[in-house]
Design a protein around this ligand. Structure first.
Ligand SMILES: [Zn+2]
Length: 246
């Protein structure tokens, strides 16, 4: 009976002991058919769960010292990260990292320069490059690859150093999560200390710093799946899935 209760409890309150879970969001919005958009009330529910069940730490801290905690990240730089997500992050005092596609900054639906600077100055949001134009980097010539990887770093540093001269962009996110050995080499060469992909799992001391695991949260993510992604169970689940797929 006791073990039954324990099993039921651990299903309700899944544990995180083996590493950090880096969550990947995109847009926080309703009324869009965009696959990666999470509704604002769903996002609020996620953050409320994290507030009671997990420690939320900056991505850079999770990379430097992996430990059982959650790090929040957003890809592409949607404007709703400022209008919908930022107020919730502020309420909880949660830190997040936003990976921006530099060519989209200031475009309709995407973050404006002023919003980026305001969030940066709050100390709650770190901005990092996600390339200039979001191509599949593995298909580019060496010259174009360098433009996307080193160029987006230079663009973002120029933008944020206007308000923070000490700022350095040192974490990269591969567009579409695609990278090969040549792309990783270009990312290291450009001076990035770390880079995140889209392979699910936990960030541990054994993780490759230039291919960090991230767990995607999108409109198909149920609350049970969300809790699993912030738990040890994500590792076993992905391993099991791999057995059936391969
Ligand atoms: Zn992206």
């Amino acid at each position: 009976m006791k073990s039954l209760i324990y099993t039921a409890l651990s299903a309700l309150r899944p544990r995180l002991t083996r590493g950090a879970s880096v969550l990947m969001y995109h847009s926080v919005a309703v009324g869009t058919d965009y696959f990666s958009a999470v509704a604002p009330e769903v996002f609020e529910r996620h953050m409320a769960w994290l507030a009671s069940e997990r420690e939320v730490i900056p991505l850079a801290e999770a990379i430097a010292h992996p430990r059982p905690a959650v790090a929040l990240s957003f890809d592409d730089g949607y404007e709703d990260n400022f209008t919908a997500a930022f107020p919730v992050l502020k309420r909880h005092g949660f830190h997040a990292t936003i990976f921006v596609v530099m060519s989209r900054v200031g475009q309709p639906g995407y973050l404006q320069k002023g919003q980026i600077r305001e969030m940066h100055e709050s100390g709650l949001v770190s901005f990092m490059p996600h390339s200039r134009t979001h191509p599949d980097l593995t298909t580019l010539t060496d010259v174009r690859l360098r433009e996307e990887v080193a160029g987006s770093k230079a663009d973002l540093e120029a933008l944020i150093r206007e308000v923070d001269p000490a700022y350095a962009a040192d974490i990269f996110a591969y567009p579409k999560g695609t990278a090969d050995a040549r792309v990783v080499a270009a990312v290291r060469e450009a001076g990035y200390a770390a880079a995140v992909g889209v392979r699910p799992g936990l960030l541990t001391a054994a993780s490759d710093p230039h291919m960090i695991e991230r767990n995607s949260v999108d409109r198909t993510t149920t609350h049970a799946r969300f809790r699993m992604e912030a738990s040890d169970a994500i590792v076993a689940y992905e391993r099991l899935k791999g057995l059936f797929i391969s």
